[in-house]
Write a protein that binds this ligand. Structure first.
Ligand code: 3HC
Length: 320
């Protein structure tokens, strides 16, 4: 074995021991290239999800039914933008620029969460996104706060705190509708019917169909499997549904005393594949909006760069 290979072999061993002992990997630490690549993939796609996720809810800011709801929704959408920025910053510690990751998204080379490719035709969708999508996000993200990569884990601490506000406001909005007029009750039930299965897909493919899970868990990036987190979401959410007098569109859902969990029906993985392959109900619209926002913002970037350059020149003249 060459000296370099022995050197890497030694460092791989030290890296594995470091991670297995629950110590954090920091940007300046040596890390296997595959570990870095997996983190770049996951963190950048997580960031893209936060940014694209602003669209379905942003769509209702001008139509919120009260000033209070408008203020809450503006705060939530603004939070999502901030989550995206934290995560792009975490990705940049791995040597990939935000410009590059964003260019990859615009070029269709990067993913974002399937859940944001569904439409929000009614106000109830805003409650259901906050309640169900953000509950799923919290269940998925809290374990990431114990991820082996320091910058990602630390970004999750603040993001999870803000997500809990998002989830509470969504549940409260949904409860107001579930306890409202018959039309409002019908609207929130119809929304649950549309979002239930896409939210279960958020957790990713079944464990036996997940190409990344085993290695991600070995590296302590992923702390629980896709199916375990999905089961946790179902077990947590069904009692909430019952409390609001709502049902989920799954005839196979039933409590399994022996397992201590809810059994539920099979997810339509063909739909999942279509949506992450770009054929979802809103994929084209989301990406067209994203590209247009980038183009429309060109003048802001140019002005900021010109201002920074002017300041740099005046600073260097002053220093001379
Ligand atoms: N949407 C889009 N792609 C998905 C997906 C989903 N719901 N679930 C899985 N995939 C993709 C993976 O990215 C991977 O594709 P790739 O190789 O091209 O990247 C492929 O399907 C195989 O899936 P795996 O389960 O093997 O991949 P991972 O180990 O990466 O697990 C994950 C997928 C659980 C989504 C994981 O990446 C993860 O935990 N990511 C961080 C959390 C995240 O991104 N959440 C998205 C929602 S953000 C959000 O909800 C914001 C909130 O404020 C509303």
């Amino acid at each position: 074995m060459s000296a370099d290979a022995i050197e890497i072999d030694g460092r791989e061993g030290a890296f594995e021991a470091h991670v297995q002992s629950e110590q954090k990997v920091e940007p300046k630490d040596w890390m296997p290239e595959a570990y870095r690549r997996t983190l770049v993939r996951q963190i950048s796609q997580h960031a893209h999800s936060e940014i694209i996720g602003m669209q379905p809810e942003g769509n209702w800011i001008t139509r919120a039914p009260s000033l209070r709801r408008k203020m809450i929704l503006i705060a939530k959408v603004q939070d999502e933008a901030g989550h995206g920025l934290y995560l792009y910053s975490a990705a940049e510690t791995l040597g990939v620029s935000r410009d590059q990751t964003e260019a990859d998204l615009r070029a269709g080379k990067a993913k974002y969460s399937s859940i944001f490719n569904y439409p929000t035709p009614t106000w109830a969708d805003i409650g259901i996104i906050g309640w169900l999508v953000d509950s799923a996000a919290i269940i998925n993200q809290v374990p990431l706060a114990r991820c082996s990569y320091g910058p990602y884990a630390r970004a999750m601490v603040r993001i999870c705190k803000e997500e809990s506000f998002h989830q509470r406001q969504g549940f409260e909005l949904s409860m107001a509708l579930a306890r409202g007029t018959p039309e409002q009750q019908a609207m929130v039930q119809e929304s649950v019917n549309r979002w239930w299965w896409p939210v279960l897909m958020m957790f990713g493919p079944n464990d036996d169909a997940s190409p990344h899970s085993a290695q991600s868990m070995a590296w302590r990036i992923k702390r629980h499997s896709n199916d375990d987190l999905r089961q946790k979401f179902v077990d947590q959410t069904i009692p909430q549904m019952e409390f609001l007098g709502l049902t989920v569109p799954d005839p196979d859902l039933k409590w399994n005393e022996a397992r201590g969990h809810y059994d539920f029906g099979e997810i339509d993985w063909a739909e999942f594949k279509r949506v992450i392959g770009g054929q979802g109900p809103c994929n084209r619209q989301r990406m067209d909006n994203y590209r247009k926002a980038h183009d429309d913002g060109a003048w802001v970037r140019e002005a900021a760069l010109a201002f920074a350059e002017k300041n740099r020149k005046s600073d260097s003249r002053a220093a001379a």
